[in-house]
Ligand binder design. Sequence first.
Ligand SMILES: Cc1cc2nc3c(=O)[nH]c(=O)nc-3n(C[C@H](O)[C@H](O)[C@H](O)COP(=O)(O)OP(=O)(O)OC[C@H]3O[C@@H](n4cnc5c(N)ncnc54)[C@H](O)[C@@H]3O)c2cc1C
Length: 486
Amino acid sequence: MSLGAQHSEVVIIGGGLAGLACAVTLADREIPVTLFESRPRLGGRASSFEDKQSQHLIDNCQHVSMGCCHEFNRFCETVGIADSFHREKQLYFIGPETPGSVSTEQPFKVNRFAANPLLPAPLHLLPAFGGLSYLSWQEKIGLARGLKQLALTTVDELNEPTIAAWLAEQEQTQNTIDRFWNVVLVSALSERLDRISLSHARKVFVDGFLRARNNWNVLIPTVPLEQLYGETILKRLQDQDAIVYLQTGVSRIELEDNRVIGVQLRDGRQIACERAVIAVPHQRVLELLPESFEGHDHLAGIEQLEAAPITSVHLWFDREITKLPHAVFVDCLSQWMFNRTRIMRQSTEQGYYYQIVISASHDLTGQARQGRTQADIIDAVIEELSRIWPETKQAQLKHSRMVTEHQAVFSVTPGVEQLRPSQRTEVAGLYLAGDWTSTGWPATMEGAVRSGLQAAEFLLSDLGQPESLLLTRENTSILSKILFRL
Ligand SMILES: Cc1cc2nc3c(=O)[nH]c(=O)nc-3n(C[C@H](O)[C@H](O)[C@H](O)COP(=O)(O)OP(=O)(O)OC[C@H]3O[C@@H](n4cnc5c(N)ncnc54)[C@H](O)[C@@H]3O)c2cc1C
């Protein structure tokens, strides 16, 4: 689309979920919006690309939501994509058949993990935890004690330990840490336990497992992310008369007397506007603003945000190696397996497609610098799958690829909340959105959508149309309120 009008009331810079949530919300209220996205597609870090060899549109990495991601799930309903997620009410944890030390010979067991229909939250998952084959009874009792203590803990965010330090203080055994705390937290927060803050770890367990019955459910997209965000939301925005320009990067925000007067595009064109929402990754924010913003109080913290990598290994076999739709691995390099062929009900002409996710893949990126090749890592993953599903040994690998997003998420280190800025800035007409802004959530699709809604709330209020856009109350079970004072 060519740039006809050179003026827009609101310009949104960045077409990730934060920018999209903000754009949809404003356009729904008939506020003229123009969105600029530098890449050829929408979705930002949650997007797909075409894999030439398999001819599949594959996601840069499997993205899942949870039942507790209320704003994201509501946004999906608003834009009409909620039906493209499958809600998993059963998880498959694959770990050693018995507690005790690991040996390469020890067989693996599939532990089905589901809520008990008769028990109210937070007791609904107790039988599932109790059934895990790879923890002893003493460890399970210690784990229950640890979870209860975590829920009851009041965290001082100005002076908090890492979850690793807290677990050591609580005398959780190494086996429980490796096989439980590590498994849940690394995949939820994409960081190592010695870098995760106590408050973020607590949020995962309280919001995900203890607060309400269905919060722990995992929602998996059944179509490529491009179809969700790139096509459906793009069409939705266009139907609302919002203007979206792809492959159109913004180079600078124009300010005069501490107020926004326009933006300059990378191709040199100028667009006049009274309001701009910066919805780019935090590493890209300062380059859009005058140099005087470096060290500016409001944005000083973002330069200190650290990033964590996520690696995905995509494998196409000539046969099905397991019928399970997904699996969570314990004591393995691989953390999650997604059976994409089954989840997407895809044709098997190009092979059976599995995706393995390794979050907080610091070790892999470090080893890559020391010469460990992608082929070595793919071999190690296949070797692991062969131990779990012996059919893998007979299967022929038709194609593989590995994708590492080095700056996948910001690290939820202790003190990180003090570094995250509000969506409202001190410049008139300038707003921020992005998973890195102050939402209290880690870097997730939920955090991104919340930030977009929060930016829209501030903007609407400045326009004299105040409105509360976020759900105000958590749906907490009565027993959880009594037991944990939630
Ligand atoms: C590998 C990986 C796995 C993940 N897994 C999950 C998961 O399972 N569940 C989950 O909830 N979250 C997951 N996340 C996190 C989630 O993807 C992000 O938190 C979320 O998508 C961030 O959205 P955003 O809009 O804040 O930022 P982004 O998605 O980064 O969007 C910013 C956009 O701004 C654009 N941009 C940058 N500069 C400019 C410019 N100058 N002009 C115009 N446009 C510009 C970028 O191209 C980009 O599209 C994962 C992330 C990664 C990378």
